[in-house]
Ligand binder design. Structure first.
Ligand code: DX5
Ligand code: ZN
Length: 221
């Protein structure tokens, strides 16, 4: 799977006009809306929940909403996000007592399922569950905040996960999250990512289309 998907993280958007921000970034060419859910427990920050996801759907957003759960425990909130219109739900294995069960729970609510690997989480966590996943989300920063620097060891890890996905023969997306910018997206794509979360790099600039176009051009090179 070589098509490149850009998923702006609304964590860096202006929450006072979120609907407009999402409309603008989609009009600028974004593919997915990356929706960071933080609980001040699993990560030291507090953000948005199912009500905001539902509000975006009611506002008219039809693009895939890519929910990244940084909450513990995970299972209790999954049905609410299913009802709120999430398209994909990803979670951290450290925050689930039963990873396989959580994956099935997400699917039972009509969503695609993703597993998130923190910078220090070994790739072996994918053993026995990879083929049940629609997405692997690799963190290139420690979760909790936007605007952090890309951790270079994520490149080697991307290559390892890419090899596992290719060996599985399944159409599993490989998403990278944290510190992705036009300047480094080319090497990130070369290491195997096909789906790119970017928060501060996009929402920190006045012209969203210019940033997204440049990211796509760097990936295509
Ligand atoms: C971090 C979040 C990221 C974050 C990315 O916990 O999962 O999605 O918003 O922000 P940038 O692109 O600014 O690193
Ligand atoms: Zn995220």
């Amino acid at each position: 799977m070589s098509d490149c998907l850009i998923a702006p993280s609304i964590l860096s958007a202006n929450f006072a006009k979120l609907g407009e921000e999402v409309d603008d970034v989609l009009a600028a060419g974004a593919d997915w809306v990356h929706f960071d859910v933080m609980d001040n427990h699993y990560v030291p920050n507090l953000t948005i929940g199912p009500l905001v996801c539902e509000a975006l759907r009611k506002h008219g957003v039809t693009a895939p909403i890519d929910v990244h759960l940084m909450v513990e425990p995970v299972d209790r909130i999954v049905p609410d996000f299913g009802k709120a219109g999430a398209s994909l739900i990803s979670f951290h294995p450290e925050a689930s007592a039963h990873v396989h069960r959580t994956i099935q729970l997400i699917k039972s609510h009509g969503c695609q399922a993703g597993l998130v690997l923190n910078p220090a989480t070994p790739v072996e966590v994918l053993d026995w569950v990879l083929e049940d996943l629609d997405l692997v989300l690799l963190m290139s920063v420690n979760p909790g905040f936007g605007g952090q620097g890309f951790i270079p060891s994520a490149l080697d890890k991307l290559r390892k996960v890419r090899a596992r996905i290719d060996a599985s023969g399944k159409p599993i997306r490989l998403e990278i999250d944290g510190g992705v910018k036009p300047d480094n997206i080319g090497q990130i794509a070369a290491a195997g990512a096909d789906t790119f979360v970017a928060g501060s790099a996009i929402f920190g600039q006045p012209d969203y289309k210019a940033v997204i176009d440049r990211m796509r051009a760097e990936v295509a090179d």
